[in-house]
Design a protein around this ligand. Structure first.
Ligand SMILES: *Cc1c(COP(=O)(O)O)cnc(C)c1O
Length: 405
């Protein structure tokens, strides 16, 4: 089937008993086992079946099979949040004494996990610009086991050529490539088809699309996912709740139409901002001026709904815009049908030092937008009136001072 049919129908479980049109929600923690011998076989993993919802649940299983299908993976594993997926995936691949490489622009809490927690467990790291495959190659050490890439990367939409990083593994068979594909969703990009070993998503974002749950998912080969499930997810316990899985599946039915509208609206908003006199720079891979434009065209089916832009006047101007937008909500999430805006330097990336931020172009006057699926004219009008307030302030202030004199 084609993609839009798949997001609705692929792996949907039918309920022969009732004919229920929507797959039932199995909101249960445990399962009644048929008899003693079978209970032993199920608990010891000799037979496959549901035993306890931290190991597996029919509703979560349906969600996992749907995502695996869309990501062209053998298997997938749901998680209670994107970070639950990321920590489980990465920690299933590293041990004390190992070294990992990750991109210089990644989600704030992933950065904190790799720089503040894993080093205490003996996992060393090197941060590189993953858009430069030679730099990644040079950073490899004899004990490197993981290369971790986020693309498109939060918040400046840096695009890494997944295939060029995957090629490096040919000379280093111990290395696994993990890609955070949250900003793209499985609708716009399938990292495994470009050579990644595991793809991770914050399903809180586009997969759900309505901002109602936190969730995550990992997809990859059956071998790697089995290891993520047991013992890692089994023991870390960052499991996906069945109701959250069920909720995401309702959201996923519109993934196709939502993503197409997100892309269409974002392109128009990016073009509008690009021509605005108060805007210094727009980071959107759909713009020809974006350094990742050609790679995005090659590895993605669309440019997505996320962008950042720098406003003249730094932090004060960003504050004015974020305090004056009416349709865009000031919120630190993304991928919802409603438009959201946030200030990356002080919100999602406050964990980095100013120096670290500026080295990767996260400036104080930067606002990140998650462009929703509203009528784009209304979104542009909202930005127009909020940006106008900045202009007024910059122009009027000297006059006020003059008047006071
Ligand atoms: C939100 C996000 C995460 C973390 O996901 P949670 O569901 O909030 O745990 C990880 N990576 C990216 C790119 C994100 O946007």
């Amino acid at each position: 089937m084609k993609l839009n049919t798949d997001v609705i129908h692929a792996k949907q479980k039918l309920d022969p008993e009732t004919g229920s049109h929507v797959s039932p929600l199995y909101q249960t923690s445990t399962y009644i086992l048929p008899n003693f011998d079978e209970a032993v076989r199920l608990n010891q993993n000799i037979d496959q079946g549901f035993v306890y919802s931290r190991f597996g649940n029919p509703t979560v299983d349906e969600f996992e099979k749907k995502v695996a299908h869309l990501e062209k993976a053998e298997a997938a594993l749901g998680a209670g949040s994107g970070l639950g997926a990321i920590s489980t995936a990465v920690m299933s691949l590293v041990k004390a004494g190992d070294h990992m490489i990750f991109g210089d622009v990644i989600y704030g809490c992933s950065f904190a996990l790799f720089t503040k927690i894993l080093p205490d467990f003996g996992v060393d790291y090197t941060i590189v610009d993953t858009t430069d495959a030679d730099a990644v190659r040079r950073a490899i050490q004899p004990n490197t086991t993981v290369i971790y890439v986020e693309t498109p990367a939060n918040p400046v939409l840096k695009i890494t050529d997944i295939e060029s990083i995957a090629k490096i593994k040919e000379d280093h068979p111990k290395i696994r490539l993990v890609v955070d594909s949250t900003f793209a969703s499985p609708y716009l990009q399938n990292p495994l088809t470009h050579g990644a070993d595991l793809v991770v998503h914050s399903a809180t974002k586009y997969l759900n699309g309505h901002g109602t749950v936190t969730a995550g998912v990992i997809a990859g080969s059956k071998k790697l996912i089995d290891r993520c499930r047991m013992p890692f997810m089994q023991c870390f316990g960052a499991v996906l709740d069945p109701f959250a899985a069920w909720t995401i599946m309702q959201g996923m039915k519109t993934l196709g139409v939502r993503m197409e509208r997100h892309c269409e609206n974002a392109m128009k908003v990016a073009n509008y901002l690009n021509g605005h006199p108060m805007v210094e720079k727009v980071y959107y891979p759909g713009l020809k001026s974006h350094p990742g434009h050609e790679i995005a065209k090659k590895q993605m089916r669309g440019f997505g709904g996320m962008m950042s832009f720098n406003i003249k006047g730094g932090m004060d101007s960003a504050r004015t815009v974020l305090n004056n937008v009416k349709l865009f909500s000031l919120a630190t999430s993304l991928g919802n049908v409603d438009s959201l805006a946030q200030h990356s330097p002080s919100m999602s990336h406050f964990d980095m030092t100013q120096e670290e931020r500026e080295a990767v172009e996260i400036y104080d006057g930067q606002v990140r937008l998650s462009v929703g699926i509203e009528d784009v004219e209304d979104l542009i009008e909202d930005l127009e009136q909020a940006l106008a307030k900045v202009k007024t302030k910059v122009v009027v202030e000297p006059e006020l001072q003059f008047a006071r004199v």
